[in-house]
Design a protein around this ligand. Structure first.
Ligand SMILES: [Zn+2]
Length: 282
């Protein structure tokens, strides 16, 4: 489904790419360095310009304006307490072994609960980059993510290629509505926006900075949305694991059974190998 609209232009996506790229630095098709302002150095060098593809476009029709519906038909519960947002593991400073698991395109009623259960079983936190209308449709899952100690951040309202839109539309139609919904559901305002397909440019970076947000990218692309096989997903993480690396996986947008199976295999192996896990953005 999602892959249909971009399948023809998908690159190999093997290059490690930028995470939390410095604003204004990247282009839509090339990113070479990764650096988070507060986390460990995650720098890696991309071997070639890459085409970002993080999964098929959603096929669900966008819901009604989220803020309206949240307030009218779907009243929000008491915001989650801030203390729940503290990562369950300290991020080591220098010489540590911390990975950041991220899941995009959810929440999804089938796959998100399975991923949450696995994370809970192994006491591993993650960061969920949710689509606005999916969050609207599954508010209980967003709350469950926050309650579990995971971070929930912005993956736009409708999952478009942002560089095809005007900056005003990016902000008004894709970013700010999701912030409003997540503020209601989580008790905090997202600080990171992950652009669908990794598609952004310097102007979008500046726009994010103007509202106090950063662009969140990744280092390890498991390409799990293409269902390459559980083993391939596992291998991509094991092969790319380095301190501070951000792992891109998906809990929505299609059949994520391979992602779930890969996670079930990865978590005990990574823990046994001494890896710790952190959350992004806050
Ligand atoms: Zn996505």
């Amino acid at each position: 489904m999602l892959s249909g609209r971009l399948a023809g232009s998908i690159g190999t996506c093997l290059a490690l790419c930028a995470f939390l790229a410095a604003l204004g630095q990247p282009s839509a098709t090339a990113a070479t360095a990764a650096q988070t302002a507060s986390g460990p150095n995650t720098s890696k060098t991309a071997s070639a310009p890459r085409f970002y593809v993080d999964g098929p476009l959603p096929t669900m029709s966008p819901g009604p304006p989220t803020a309206q519906v949240i307030s009218a038909k779907n009243p929000v519960s008491k915001p989650a307490k801030r203390k729940r947002l503290v990562p369950r593991f300290e991020v080591p400073r220098g010489g540590g072994r911390t990975l950041y698991l991220t899941f995009d395109d959810g929440p999804d009623p089938t796959w998100t609960p399975q991923i949450l259960a696995l994370l809970h079983r192994y006491h591993v936190p993650a960061t969920f980059f949710v689509i606005g209308y999916a969050a609207f449709e599954q508010p209980a899952l967003v709350r469950a993510e926050v309650k579990a100690g995971d971070m929930v951040e912005n993956h736009t309202e409708h999952h478009p290629m942002l560089t095809t839109l005007s900056i005003s539309k990016v902000l008004a139609k894709e970013v700010l509505p999701v912030n409003r919904v997540l503020r209601h559901l989580t008790g905090y305002t997202p600080l990171c926006m992950r652009p669908p397909y990794g598609d952004y440019n310097a102007a979008i970076g500046r726009a994010m900075a103007s509202i106090g947000m950063r662009v969140a990218m990744w280092n390890i692309d498991t390409v799990d949305w293409s269902r390459p096989g559980t083993g391939a997903i596992v291998d991509s993480v094991l092969a790319g694991a380095s301190n501070g690396a951000v792992v891109l996986m998906h809990d929505g947008g299609g059949d994520r059974s391979q992602t779930v199976a890969a996670l079930a295999e990865l978590l005990p192996r990574l823990i046994t190998a001494g890896w710790h896990f952190g959350t992004l953005c806050h």
